[in-house]
Ligand binder design. Structure first.
Ligand code: ADP
Ligand code: MG
Length: 701
């Protein structure tokens, strides 16, 4: 046991010294031996092959050649000044070229001594050359640790300009290994190593830095990625458990009359398997004396509302009240109407509270809330006002979570001695991998199945010059009695321009679809809320056929009769937004359409987004593409998450390993919650070390 050695400052490594140590610290964040050991190669170059100069092709990539330098000269003036060495083997001659460090390099080059050069070949006229090649004397090359796959390490311009080339890093890594190889302790248990057939840690480090073959490299990568993800999952799971121990909640022990009666007699349809599974997960959680903190993800239209209702019925069965908070008044009203209809045969008292509730209605609501006769309160953030006091709030459901801040949410908690259970519903799919790593401390339920009989929305991409045809299509759909959305982008930076686009669009649509035959609603951010609601309601009630709007309609409205979504300047929307918008249609029995309008000039990313939209309706698939395009940093406030500073694993590409690691971490904690078993000692030690060096508690919640 000698892991203290790995904490040695990097300055002490032979060949480093104070100058290089300073550079390694500032450029790569390497402070200790251990940091250096964890500098994993970005890629590898196959160095099992040697080329002859006569074999070179203009397309040859990185090549390795044995030969001699016969001649060195400096050519050019000023900035074009460069050092050119003539390099030959038995088959021909080529140039090696340097643009920087001329003096130092010229002095160090040896004439007529065999070298191995390595680098990217270029061809100028008929001559081949390599700029800034890696050079090694053949004699040393043969002596050095034989490396079949040459690692290429992360670097910076400053490092290579100051002579810390990839070769230098390689040599330093060899030195390091000779010194610390024995100090690399195993950090997984034998049982995990055995079941997953993982190679020992020591061997993994050796093979990641000095792989002898593709196969040994693959094993090393798997082992190290697994370990990295395993410890992240372990930390998150422990945190999740601590949370459960600390925060008590009301156990909903019984499933009573309301739930059972509704389930058996009033369900308007058979639940999908996914809905059943999710209800079971929630029931299970609610039965425990810990506060539920669950994220319910389900694509638009996947049927989250009925799950919310069933959950609320469980609360009522246990003599608690429930509330449902929606981000907009329209949504709250829709929920109120929908849920009242569903519950009409149950003896349940439901009320709606929004900013526009009248004083008298409000007073009655307050009263009934406090005396307990009101079972379910539905509303907007008006629910959070101090005057709103529940007798015994047992469950708070939040729809479309991203519109509420954490601070707002926690206001609900302070109305009771114990916090209510929380269910957050969102239609913005978070890729499973990301959910697992970033929200590992929340429990996540997923409805990954749409109710049967839904017709997939047909999505097409049309260029602006086809607008007349699109208008024709709209006319036909309206003739069939359908309603149409036309949506314009609204982006803060160009608000004025966007507003003009919207108004121009509205005018041209009004010309094309004149009154009184056609009625058009318009909704945008500069309108007063009351006017917005008025226009929105006209559309909801079918008084208008066309809704021209900015993205304010993004969230939740349900107009089953609307079957066409036209998105203008679609290239300017992000994927998840496009998907959300499309989700406004396809809610009725009729075939629905989504038309993405763009100009001809499209970036590669825009093309990918449009193609993804026309190819699939699956929100999770779309979220995965989105994640790849934007990187995880942009998605849902994950920037602060330390989870994403992965050293070797890739949160997107390695999601299979992530799942495996989560299962193993979870099994381990079930079996040995305190990590007290002898055989888990290596894990306990590693865990303690991680806790010491990085404070994982900081970045979540
Ligand atoms: P969202 O998840 O977007 O909130 P909703 O709960 O509004 O979806 O459900 C969308 C529509 O699907 C509603 O009209 C609802 O009645 C219907 N629905 C939900 N679950 C089912 C099901 N299992 N079978 C048939 N229709 C369903
Ligand atoms: Mg909904």
């Amino acid at each position: 046991m000698n892991s203290g050695k790995l904490q040695t400052p990097i300055d002490y490594l032979k060949g480093v010294g104070p100058n290089r140590a300073t550079l390694l610290r500032s450029e790569l964040g390497i402070h200790t031996y251990q940091d250096f050991l964890n500098l994993f190669p970005n890629r590898y170059i196959d160095k099992t092959q040697y080329y002859k100069i006569a074999q070179l092709q203009p397309t040859s990539a990185d090549v390795q050649i044995i030969g001699k330098i016969t001649h060195i000269k400096t050519v050019g003036e000023g900035r074009a000044k460069r050092l050119v060495a003539t390099f030959i083997d038995q088959t021909g001659s080529m140039d090696l070229v340097w643009f920087r460090g001329l003096k130092w390099i010229r002095e160090s080059l040896k004439i007529n001594i065999p070298y191995v050069v390595f680098g990217k070949v270029q061809r100028f006229g008929s001559a081949y050359s390599i700029a800034h090649p890696d050079l090694e004397l053949l004699e040393e090359h043969e002596k050095s640790l034989r490396i079949a796959m040459q690692p290429v390490y992360p670097s910076t311009e400053k490092l290579s300009n100051r002579g810390i080339t990839n070769r230098v890093v390689n040599v330093l890594m060899q030195t390091l290994f000779q010194e610390v190889h024995n100090a690399i302790d195993e950090s997984l248990s034998n049982s995990i190593l055995d079941t997953l057939k993982l190679i020992p840690k020591k061997e993994a480090y050796l093979n990641i830095h000095f792989p002898q073959s593709q196969e040994s490299l693959a094993k090393a990568q798997f082992r190290l990625k697994f370990e990295e993800l395993f410890y992240i999952q372990l930390q998150l799971l422990v945190k999740n458990k601590l949370h459960k121990q600390k925060i008590k909640g009301y156990p909903f022990e019984q499933i009573g009359n309301y739930f059972t009666k509704f389930y058996n007699e009033h369900l308007p349809f058979e639940l999908t398997e996914a809905q059943k599974r999710v209800v079971k997960e929630i029931r299970n959680d609610l039965g425990k004396p810990a506060q539920m903190n669950r994220l319910l993800q389900g694509d638009v239209g996947s049927g989250k509302t009925i799950v919310a209702l069933l959950t609320m019925l469980i609360a009522i069965d246990n003599d608690f009240q429930a509330c449902l908070m929606a981000p907009t008044e329209i949504l709250a009203i829709q929920h109120y109407q929908g849920l009242s209809e569903l519950c009409k045969d149950l003896d349940i008292n439901i009320a709606l509270l929004t900013g526009s509730s009248r004083t008298k209605a409000r007073r009655i609501i307050h009263e009934n809330l406090e005396n307990g006769s009101l079972n379910i309160l539905i509303g907007t953030h008006a629910l959070l006002e101090d005057k709103v006091k529940f007798k015994n709030l047992g469950l708070a459901i939040i729809d479309e979570q991203h519109r509420f801040g954490v601070a707002q949410r926690s206001k609900l908690w302070h109305k009771n001695s114990l916090p209510p259970h929380i269910l957050i519903m969102t239609a913005t799919p978070i890729p499973r991998t990301l959910a697992m790593s970033v929200y590992g401390d929340l429990d996540v339920s997923v409805i990954d199945e749409l109710p049967p009989g839904r017709k997939a929305i047909k999505t097409v991409h049309r260029y602006d010059n086809n607008r007349l045809k699109v208008f024709g299509f709209i006319r036909d759909e309206i003739k069939k009695g359908r309603q149409i959305y036309v949506v314009y982008p609204l982006i803060q930076e160009s608000e004025a321009l966007d507003y003009k686009d919207l108004m121009d669009g509205y005018e041209s649509i009004s010309r094309e679809f004149p009154m009184p035959e056609y009625q058009i609603s318009i909704v945008h951010g500069q309108m007063k809320p009351a006017d917005k609601d008025y226009e929105m309601n006209r559309f909801v009630n079918g008084e208008t056929q066309i809704m021209v709007a900015t993205t304010v309609i993004e969230v939740g409205v349900n107009v089953p009769n609307a079957s066409v979504m036209i998105i203008e300047s679609a290239e300017r929307f992000g994927l998840s937004q496009l998907h959300q918008l499309r989700g406004r249609v396809g809610r009725g029995a009729d075939q629905s359409f989504c038309i993405l309008m763009t100009g001809h000039k499209l970036s590669e990313d825009s093309k990918t987004r449009l193609q993804t939209m026309t190819n699939t309706n699956d929100g999770f698939e779309i979220a995965e593409v989105d994640l790849k395009l934007r990187g995880p940093g942009d998605i849902m406030g994950t920037q602060q998450s330390g989870v994403l500073n992965l050293k070797i694993a890739d949160i997107i590409k390695d999601n299979e390993i992530m799942k495996i690691s989560r299962n193993y971490a979870s099994a381990l904690l079930n079996e040995d919650p305190q990590l007290l078993k002898e055989e888990n000692l290596p894990i306990r030690q590693m865990y303690a070390q991680l806790m010491k060096y990085k404070n994982i508690w900081n970045y979540i919640s």
